[in-house]
Design a protein around this ligand. Structure first.
Ligand code: 5GP
Ligand code: MN
Length: 348
């Protein structure tokens, strides 16, 4: 079975012109980068470097320890470091941004998803290209939009872009590795949306080109002691089940996070855990941050958590994985979730 070409020819030619006609590129991705954000940015970075371009990756904030198994995780400049012991890289990032000719947005659909950095990105008078798989791309913000919500990961979109531009031969082990990692993590270890053969075909080709699937699969499950203990606490003490709505939720307060020495990324994926319980089809995680509550929702089947996030929590996302920011207390966020649940029972 062959993988179909997916990028329409006008978009592909616009991307080709942009790449062939410029030298200095900067690649950005969304706040709190996940495996797909990181893998797609690094894949693009290494591919453009092979083509002789000057390329820099700028992350708004540092990728968590949980992503350290992804090759190239240390390859970017960090715009807003949370770790005060590290020197600020903001000046270097700004200098790079202002010297760039093309901005590439990888794994996000609107500039505001880049956090603090968004203010600068919006001001940049340079060509902007999106390579993404989220719904509703902000068309007014970009010159070239390669947006494929039907794809499982931005890494899959990047793979198509490279191949359809005729550069498949440039995908060696160093590019295949990060792309494979992003595809693997955004599909939840090849468990969501994989009745579609396309992600498997892409993954298979990446393995054929040298991605060490066995090692990535194993290493991405490594835990820190901190994270393992926090996970135990969440499951034992914090998880509330609402069987009548096939739902579960948990919250973590600032003092609880402090007690467990929480660092960014430590609770990545926890929101999926309740979905492993018999009879649970929707799960929510509320985390107390400095000025807001970070909301994460997950679901199974047709249950559209992105609708709940956009209607109640000022966010959005995918049908089965969405998030938002709530400006209020943890208790208010939980109450709002409980109020929303009966409205969505028809999707259970
Ligand atoms: P997470 O729960 O891992 O933070 O986010 C899951 C998905 O929801 C992300 O891939 C992203 O698509 C979406 N998402 C998370 N937070 C926000 C937000 O604040 N606004 C919007 N529009 N989407 C979000
Ligand atoms: Mn993604």
């Amino acid at each position: 079975m062959e993988l179909k070409k997916t990028i329409d020819s006008a978009t592909l030619e616009a991307a080709r012109c942009l790449i062939d006609g410029h030298q200095r590129f900067v690649i950005t991705t969304h706040i709190s980068p996940d495996g797909d954000a990181l893998g797609s940015a690094i894949g693009l970075h290494r591919w453009l470097k092979k083509k002789g371009k000057d390329v820099t990756v700028i992350f708004n904030d540092a990728p968590g320890m949980n992503l350290s198994f992804i090759p190239g995780h240390e390859e970017g400049i960090i715009y807003e470091t949370q770790d005060k012991s590290l020197p600020s890289q903001k000046e270097a990032a700004l200098k790079t941004l202002h010297a760039a000719e093309v901005l590439i947005a990888s794994d996000y659909n609107e500039l505001s998803r880049t956090g603090e950095m968004a203010t600068e990105l919006k001001k940049l008078p340079i060509a902007k290209m999106m390579v993404d798989h989220h719904l509703n791309p902000a068309t007014g913000e970009f010159d070239v939009i390669i947006s494929h919500p039907e794809m499982a990961a931005a890494c899959e979109v990047v793979y198509h872009l490279i191949c359809e531009l005729g550069d498949a031969d440039l995908i060696d082990e160093t590019i295949a590795g990060p792309l494979f990692c992003g595809l693997m993590t955004d599909t939840g270890m090849f468990s969501y949306t994989v009745n579609d053969p396309s992600p498997w075909l892409v993954a298979g080709d990446l393995v054929a080109r040298g991605a060490d699937a066995e090692r990535f699969r194993r290493d991405c499950e490594l835990e820190t002691e901190r994270r393992a203990r926090l996970m135990g606490y969440v499951l034992d003490q914090k998880m509330t089940l609402i069987p009548e709505h096939k739902a579960a939720f948990f919250s973590l307060t600032k003092p609880e996070l402090k007690k467990y020495g929480y660092q960014k990324g430590d609770s990545e994926g926890f929101v999926n855990l309740p979905l492993n319980l018999y009879g649970i089809r929707v799960s929510a995680y509320f985390r107390e941050e400095k000025n807001f509550v970070k909301v994460s929702l997950r679901s199974k089947g047709d249950y559209p958590v992105n609708e709940i996030c956009s209607r109640f929590f000022g966010g959005g996302g995918h049908k089965n994985a969405a998030g938002g920011e709530f400006h209020g207390s943890l208790e208010m966020a939980e109450k709002l979730f409980l109020k929303a649940l009966p409205l969505y029972d028809r999707f259970l």
